[in-house]
Design a protein around this ligand. Structure first.
Ligand SMILES: [Zn+2]
Length: 180
């Protein structure tokens, strides 16, 4: 079936680039593709998804999963899914009716907790791809965590590259140890 596809991993691991590429490929095949992202993510602006290489694609800003039902598409492409609230059954029901989903999001918070609905959407998915990034501190290709050097204020903090880093397990532990 492969109707729910999930691309996950830490920040800077290429999730948004994959989403943009996937959406363009589907559009080129003539599919009705709609791209969505949570309103909260306004780092690069609203109304589009942009990757770190400057590639962008038009996107619809939504606040809740329920809003997907307002839009007809063959494929629903969603970025930064970890920020979306709402009822996952909406997605499962649409997928059961043949709609396809391509969903990108951070699997873990900077505290290594499951981020939003990401755990549940991975459970519902038959195609989960885990991405890795290069560690911002030691340059190893094994960055699987996101790390925030700003004071801890909870899970949801949309900020830039100056406080958010992709880190490998060793650097995560070292950074946590040195901040105590
Ligand atoms: Zn490292």
């Amino acid at each position: 079936m492969n109707n729910i596809n999930v691309f996950t991993g830490p920040m800077k691991s290429g999730k948004s680039s994959t989403i943009i590429k996937t959406a363009n490929e589907l559009k080129n095949k003539g599919e009705n593709v709609k791209v969505f992202k949570p309103t909260i993510d306004d780092r690069f602006g609203t109304g589009f998804v942009q990757d770190r290489n400057g590639n962008k694609i038009d996107a619809i800003n939504i606040n809740k999963i329920e809003e997907l039902e307002n839009y007809d598409a063959d494929s629903y492409v969603i970025d930064e899914f970890q920020f979306l609230e709402g009822n996952l059954n909406i997605i499962k029901n649409l997928a059961n009716r043949g709609k396809k989903f391509y969903i990108a999001g951070l699997n873990l918070t900077t505290e290594k907790k499951v981020f939003g609905h990401m755990g549940e959407i991975m459970e519902a998915s038959d195609n989960v791809q885990m991405f890795k990034a290069h560690c911002d501190f030691c340059a190893s290709a094994n960055a699987i965590y996101s790390y925030c050097t700003a004071p801890k204020t909870g899970d949801i903090l949309v900020a830039g590259d100056d406080v958010y880093f992709a880190v490998c397990p060793e650097c995560y532990d070292r950074l946590e140890f040195s901040r105590k």
